[in-house]
Design a protein around this ligand. Sequence first.
Ligand SMILES: Cc1ncc(COP(=O)(O)O)c(C=O)c1O
Length: 443
Amino acid sequence: MSILLEEHLNSIVIPANLRINDQINQYRKHCAANGCHRPYHHFAFGQSPFSPPPKIIQALQDHANKHDYLPTAGLPELREVIALYYKKKFGLDCTARQIVISPGSKEMLSMLLAVLQGSIIIPSPSWVSYLPQAKILKKEVISLKLSPEDNYKLTPSNLKHGIEHTHTNQRILILNNPNNPTGAVYFEDELKALAEVCKKYNVIVISDEIYARTSFNFDEYRSMATIYPEKTIVTGGLSKDRSCGGYRLGVGVFPQKSENLVDDILKIAGSTYSCVAAPIQYAGLVAYSMDEDIESYMDDCANIHSLVGQKTADLLSEIPGVKATAPRGAFYSFVDFNEYRDNFLQLGFKTCSDFCEHLIAVEHTALLPGESLLLLEDEFAVRVSYVDYDGNKLLETWKKDQPSNSQTEDEFFTQNCPLIEEGIKNINRYIDQIKNMKKPEHI
Ligand SMILES: Cc1ncc(COP(=O)(O)O)c(C=O)c1O
């Protein structure tokens, strides 16, 4: 007898970023082994290119002998340190009781969607995983299309429009700031305007701030929880700013007086993963200790992202008809190729993935197609992750000789990010030749 599976999972696919990352890693290995020395240019995967700060690595090594199960919410002293971190660095009024840790913020996001009642409002373009998470939980999703005129930021009127389409008394808004895939960062007045709408229409905000500490101007950064503290849950962790994606330490910062919500999260956490791995919880104590070296590591990395992001967006925008967002945080630019829509359709590309597959085949250059960003499949817009470089080498060079003007910045980029610069040239050549291209055989 065949194995019967839940049908609602049929509409979910393996995340395209993971699939394309595997594909490019395989190609890089096999092509070189078979004598093809044309490099691959990988813009499809969003992982910090740096090694974690040495003190965090050391702390993890030092605590490899910690093997007991720990409390589900996290080590009390870790929750203490994290609360202090959010208080000092983000101005959040919180105590350890409002902190719960999880194996990555992805898990925290998924648990939040599971326990909170109501329709889920997801602005699009969006990060790859919100929609599949909601689908797994069979939740109603309202997707809100953001506009380039608003720099792809959610506006109060757009939010109101989304709320009108919900069928529940309570709604959940997922606000990702800084944003993956656009690199946008919300200003304080923009958050205040959104908070007004949220108050009026009973909207709970899940503020995904996993990239907060990568903001290019962190002094200006405001967390939604400082503006709408009563109903904002912040998610964060070590993955992006401290380059510890594989360590799997995420954080949820809950509102005051939300004990019932925290209790429900702990019911799921305790019943599914028990606790975050003990050694990483001890390493987390160091990661959140406001250690000067770790803080300046994060500042350096954010400054490098800022420089590389600006150059990447500038070069992409120089391609005729192509529009790239200028990022202010994270390590992504959202790039619109819709000007070439008719050419793509003539080539037989029905989806943005068709175009991206062809670009890999012809130009060895990988982009993340819009379908995985909650766009319609025939919208030709993609995410570019500009982290395809040797992070450790860059960080070392940066520390020794920080570029101080536009000429040295250009030199820094050209010398240290050849795969990015070449990859953009490849895209430019592809677009230049698109009118003369023949329909690919497999289409
Ligand atoms: C916007 C966004 N949110 C959440 C996550 C999840 O991060 P983690 O589970 O590693 O904390 C990611 C990772 O790519 C992300 O880009």
